[in-house]
Design a protein around this ligand. Structure first.
Ligand code: MN
Length: 128
């Protein structure tokens, strides 16, 4: 069973993500701050991480940088989940250690597929 760490401070989004991922057969781990997300990424070594950007304390970009710099968390597929909608932000996130980018509001009908698409692309050895 694949394990997903969800780092999200909005209770409604967290509840929705845990429900959708759990319903699709994922084991879920939750963190409500960037610091907690970094700690759990290193301790639990999840397969995937969904990372909100606006968080109390360190933001999702800083948290992702710390996870990438760690030994245990560096191989996770990390996907930014944020309401920043501009194309230039997408490029910025991809250059800052994220493997993908999903825009809010969360679409319950497509989000799990989007996560799996990014995971497949990242696992593909041809993609380097
Ligand atoms: Mn937030």
């Amino acid at each position: 069973m694949k394990r997903v760490l969800v780092v999200e401070d909005n209770a409604n989004n967290m509840r929705l993500l845990l429900k959708l991922l759990g319903g699709s057969g994922y084991e879920t781990i939750k963190a409500e701050t960037g610091e907690e997300g970094v700690r759990l990424a290193i301790e639990e070594m999840p397969d995937h991480i969904l990372m909100d950007i606006k968080l109390p304390g360190i933001d999702g970009v800083e948290a992702t940088g710390r996870i990438r710099a760690s030994v245990g968390g560096s191989k996770a597929v990390i996907i930014a989940i944020t309401s920043y909608a501009m194309a230039e932000d997408r490029e910025r996130f991809l250059s800052q250690g994220f493997d993908g980018y999903i825009e809010k509001p969360i679409d319950p009908y497509t989000i799990v597929k989007e996560i799996e698409e990014y995971a497949r692309n990242t696992d593909d050895p041809r993609s380097g």
